[in-house]
Ligand binder design. Structure first.
Ligand code: GDP
Ligand code: GDP
Length: 439
């Protein structure tokens, strides 16, 4: 399911990063490289109550000021891109500084967008003086919602308001039986070639169906009686038609594709290796709980001996440590080497991602683990694991009921994860642990 997108826009220094960190807990964000633009865009998963969304910090927008002459092309395009992609826009202004010409220029852009916009004066630490932020009414964007991002004042109410304005969950227009595949990777790694080579082998090509965004096209096909959907293949199948402006949003496209997918195929050019951007996007897939296959393409270009593949495996794994569970496959879209194996792996990791283990079996395995390596203790108090159960799939999620969650250290968690993987598999799939304290 696609997560809705909430964009935070505003001039530099109004407190966008502060608000962003407050909402997402300040964890690492995905940065989009945008050469020539003053600041990078940041993307993060966010959640409020039951609702999940992607939060985008668009970077500082200087419109209408002196800098507009220098940056107008880039910043305006960036602003328009963010606005076009967003479902809801949070327009942050500086409640202490008051209304500026820059705010008016941004408001003008936002009014034209016809998207839900919330006007939010920040740095309002004293709500008893509404005259401080009332002047923002004149922007014609409705009633201002004052907050203090750094003190966390009124930010809960703001989130309630944002979540209420998000589009309803699940459009429901997709083939529910099809396995949804997202091909992810930077330009030129061979995504289009792989998609075309895979589809070329197929007799039955069902249809191209419009995806969630205007320019996304999903491709449905059938193989051995099973349905698959390739997400957002517009750019891949009609190479050349995507212009530079679309290419600019490729991070956003990737994240949306990952959100909607059942499995992520991370395509890497074997002759080039893993990039920083690959790591960040793979990290997003990991966090989203999606199973993943690392597809090393252009294998034909690599000069090989009998140890080459093992050496590559080691290198890729050291660069994508958190994806140690993801299988690798070495292919060539050009020579078609091992292409049929891709769908076999897709089926396999999707199955692993939806595996359920009986509670009795989990607790037996847990007892075995603890016999070999006892639970950690601190100041004479030992961690007791009272009961473990698998609460969910996609990804497999285990709930541990314990006497004291503080004793459940990261290293112990990693140990259990390793042992669970040795015993149960879960190849290609992230797994999650939830620790619950019981008195
Ligand atoms: P950005 O450029 O829009 O991302 O702004 P930042 O988040 O970097 O914040 C700019 C400055 O405003 C920093 O010095 C923040 O500490 C400060 N700031 C942010 N939010 C608040 C707030 O709610 N109250 C006050 N007093 N200062 C804030
Ligand atoms: P995309 O931007 O990720 O969709 O990449 P393309 O599919 O457009 O491929 C980029 C370039 O790499 C093209 O010139 C392809 O012909 C070439 N290419 C793709 N796959 C392979 C491969 O397996 N081997 C070799 N030698 N070249 C490839």
């Amino acid at each position: 399911m696609a997560r809705p997108i909430v964009a935070v826009v505003g001039r530099p220094n109004v407190g966008k990063s502060t608000l962003f960190n407050r909402i997402t807990g300040g964890r690492v964000a995905i940065v989009e490289d945008q050469p020539g633009v003053t600041r990078d865009r940041l993307y993060r998963h966010a959640q409020w109550g039951e609702r999940e969304f992607t939060l985008v910090d668009t970077g500082g927008l200087e419109l209408g000021g002196a800098e507009d002459n220098v940056f107008s092309g880039g910043t305006r395009l960036q602003a328009e891109a963010a606005i076009a992609e967003a479902d809801v826009i949070v327009f942050l202004v500086d409640g202490r500084q008051g209304l500026t010409a820059g705010d008016e220029a941004i408001a003008e852009l936002l009014r034209r967008s016809k998207k839900p916009v919330f006007l939010v004066p920040n740095k309002v630490e004293d709500f008893s003086k509404p005259e401080r932020y009332m002047e923002f009414y004149s922007l014609g964007l409705g009633e201002p919602i004052p907050i203090s991002a750094s003190h966390g004042m009124n930010t809960g109410d703001l989130l309630d308001t944002i979540v209420a304005a998000l589009p309803p969950e699940d459009s429901g227009d997709e083939d529910p039986d099809a396995i949804k595949i997202a091909f992810i990777g930077r330009p030129n790694v061979g995504k289009s070639s792989l998609v075309n080579a895979m589809l070329g082998e197929d007799r039955v090509m069902v249809s191209d169906i419009p995806g969630t965004t205007r320019d996304a096209i999903d491709t449905l096909f059938e193989r051995d009686g099973k349905h698959y959907m390739l997400i957002d293949t517009a750019g891949m199948r009609r190479k050349g038609k995507i212009d530079e402006a679309v290419e600019r949003y490729s991070v956003m496209r990737s994240l949306r594709a990952i959100d909607r997918s059942d499995v992520v195929l991370m395509v890497i050019d074997a002759s080039q290796g893993v990039t920083e951007q690959d790591k960040k996007i793979a990290g997003y897939a990991h966090e989203a709980g999606k199973p993943c296959v690392l597809v090393l393409n252009k294998w034909d270009l690599v000069v090989k001996d009998d140890k080459t593949m093992a050496r590559f495996d080691k290198k890729v794994r050291s660069e994508l440590l958190f994806l140690s569970y993801a299988p690798t496959i070495y292919v060539s879209a050009l020579t078609k080497q091992r292409l049929p194996k891709i769908l076999e792996l897709v089926d396999f990791v999707v199955e692993q991602n939806t595996r359920r283990i009986a509670t009795s079996v989990i607790n037996e395995v847990m007892a075995d683990i603890l016999r070999v390596m006892p639970a950690p203790s601190d100041k004479g108090r030992r961690l007791k694991i009272l009961f473990v159960t698998q609460a969910d799939v996609r990804p497999p999620t285990f709930v541990f009921f314990v006497n004291d969650e503080k004793l459940f250290h990261f290293s112990f968690k990693r140990h259990i994860e390793n042992r669970f993987r040795q015993t149960f598999g879960f190849e290609g799939s992230p797994i999650r642990f939830i620790i619950r304290q019981r008195e």
